[in-house]
Design a protein around this ligand. Structure first.
Ligand SMILES: Nc1ncnc2c1ncn2[C@@H]1O[C@H](COP(=O)(O)OP(=O)(O)OP(=O)(O)O)[C@@H](O)[C@H]1O
Ligand SMILES: [Mg+2]
Length: 256
């Protein structure tokens, strides 16, 4: 691996082929990218280009067919606590309360009761769910359920948070609110984020950089550096500079 002191998450020449009865599907080809410590990077690209595949590989949920993934210079060979993952659907245990859903990974890891309570309380405060500890998932809105999923991913204070269209199932207003929440959490936790989104606006509002993937077999085709200062507020979305960058990204997606 090429040394890069700043890079915490690295994909190097990653390729992935799915094999099934209907033949082989090449999902990824030679994907190389780096995410620096503390960075917020967004990944956009056409449907089916392999974004979720790349995230699953980086999360250690499956090995790539070729190439390598590294966390802090160490090969990623399986799921690990230093990487938190949030998917499009919250996937909460319906028979467990908010509190118990957040406590579950800690229970499974045998974390002592006192420590568990502290971490769950911290997570509940961080994701803004104080007062809903005893609610069941069916009693939560979509945004609240996603907050629980984010809280659960943060429960081990991971170095890296991988998010795969975490707000995809939410309405536009809740989505905006959750994007701002995520920025607040990211700033508070000083974590490193790689997030897949299909919204160009969201990618620019949130990201330090936007990586664009080509159609399948997906590869990183372009990188956009987002020049806007932080902290960011939603007013920024209406500025001419924001509009120009969004148009630029959109035109490239249209061409690839
Ligand atoms: N388990 C699987 N078995 C076979 N093929 C798969 C599997 N998962 C994904 N694929 C194929 O790999 C390609 C990439 O899929 P992937 O889900 O990574 O795309 P994506 O960029 O996340 O798409 P979307 O934006 O729609 O979520 C697609 O052609 C898909 O059909
Ligand atoms: Mg996907």
């Amino acid at each position: 691996m090429i040394p890069d002191g700043d890079a915490v998450l690295v994909a190097e020449g990653i390729g992935h082929v799915y094999y099934s009865d209907r033949g082989a599907v090449e999902a990824l080809r030679d994907v190389t990218c780096r995410v620096r410590r503390g960075e917020f990077v967004c990944l956009v690209g056409p449907s089916g280009c392999g974004k979720s595949t790349l995230l699953r590989i980086l999360a250690g949920l499956m090995p790539p067919t070729s190439g390598h993934a590294y966390l802090d210079g160490e090969p990623i060979t399986g799921p690990q606590r230093r990487i938190g993952v949030v998917f499009q659907n919250a996937n909460l245990m319906p028979w467990r309360t908010v509190y118990d859903n957040l406590a579950l990974p800690l229970e499974l890891a045998g974390v002592p009761c006192r420590e568990r309570e502290r971490r769950v309380s911290d997570a509940i405060r961080l994701v803004g769910l104080a007062g809903f500890e005893d609610s069941y998932p069916a009693e939560l809105s979509g945004g609240m359920a996603q907050r629980v999923a984010i809280g659960r991913a943060l429960i081990y204070e991971p170095e890296v948070l991988l998010l795969d269209e975490p707000f995809g199932a939410l309405d536009a207003l809740t989505r905006e609110e959750m994007a701002q929440e995520l920025l607040r959490i990211w700033a508070a936790q000083r974590t490193t984020v790689l997030m897949v989104t299909h919204s160009i606006q969201e990618a620019i509002f949130l990201g330090d950089r936007v990586l664009m993937m080509s159609p399948r077999p997906g590869t990183i085709s372009r990188e956009f550096v987002v020049p806007f200062p932080r902290p960011r507020s939603l007013d920024m979305v209406h500025s001419a500079e924001f509009g120009m960058l969004a148009a630029d990204v959109r035109s490239v997606i249209g061409r690839v």
